[in-house]
Write a new protein. Sequence first.
Length: 391
Amino acid sequence: MREVVLSSGVRVRAQGGAANFPVGTRDLAERLRQARILVVRLGAIGDALRALPAVRRLRLALPQAEIGWAVEGWVYPVLAGNPNVDRFHVLDRAALRAGLPRALDEVLRFAAELRAFRYDAVLDFHGRLKSGLVARLSGAALRVGYARGDSTEGNHLFANVHVCLPDRWENRVVRFLHLLAALGIEGDFDPAETGVYIDGGIRERARAWHRGAGCPALAAYPGTSRARARYQRWPREKWQELLQRLATAGISSVLFWGPDDECYVRSIAERSRGAALLAPRTALPEMMAMIACCRAMVACNTAAMHMAWLQGVPTAAFLGPVRPRTDSPLPPVPSRILWAGSRYREGRRKDRQAEVVRAVTVDEAFAAVCALLGRSEPAEVGGARVEAATF
């Protein structure tokens, strides 16, 4: 086994045939200068977005390399057309759930497609069983993943180069950038190089929509997936009061929504008595472009929140029962974290910690939005924290 300890505190371990590679050094980056490299981040949407700074850094470090990305079909639209990636390998998740014969056909098709490109190296940003299987099926000689304590479901068994993180709860963007250390590539976050891409035509249409809607200052995303609704959604009545107070203060808002939360968000718009505009049905790239037109964002811990801050939009986030530094927006983007920290219990099931988000008051959310829009300074009020995200 070969081990390299880097100045960042990241440790890189290589075993088996990978021990013959100069892992963690610039020599390996030089060897891979014209290599074929497969990125594996199958989902979810927010995590795929947060992997983009690492993929952009990979492209800048190895401009002549061929970069592929294995991703599930429901996530692919948010990445489609990204110039940092030469090709996407799209896995049909619906087929995997459509019975054994169809699932087997899809796995065989996907594996054959990956092997046809003869990848030299794999970067597994996902860290779960399914992504480990994808890495192994690719046939790549160099399979980089996270160490046992930093991955789940036995994922480490499929990698032959393991990255050991100095802090398992560090920001997800930084976590993904650290994986590049195995290839000898420095992974500092550069806010000017997030890797986010939106087609120019989509951006122009979003700007036209924004002007036609009266140029709302605030984008809001009250919803979450159905699976996380119980412990990540801020109460409906608090959203309604917040939007009404913002409207009274002269701050116009637009509510965005997705398939899992359409009814919930529509009910907030209807009960807010015209205090906020309801956005039209959008595809993922359209939503990203429309959010970028607004001056600030307030949202639950969702992909929409990451769409905002990764494009430089000041963001207030209801994080729910997680460690704030893991999911918070990164500086220099202005942000405020809405999190009732006194209610959070490490190790307790998330669905039993709904008060971490529900206990945030309307006053606290109002102060956060006003601070981001330059109306006032944030303050610590009650049991929740309204603070700059400097994690």
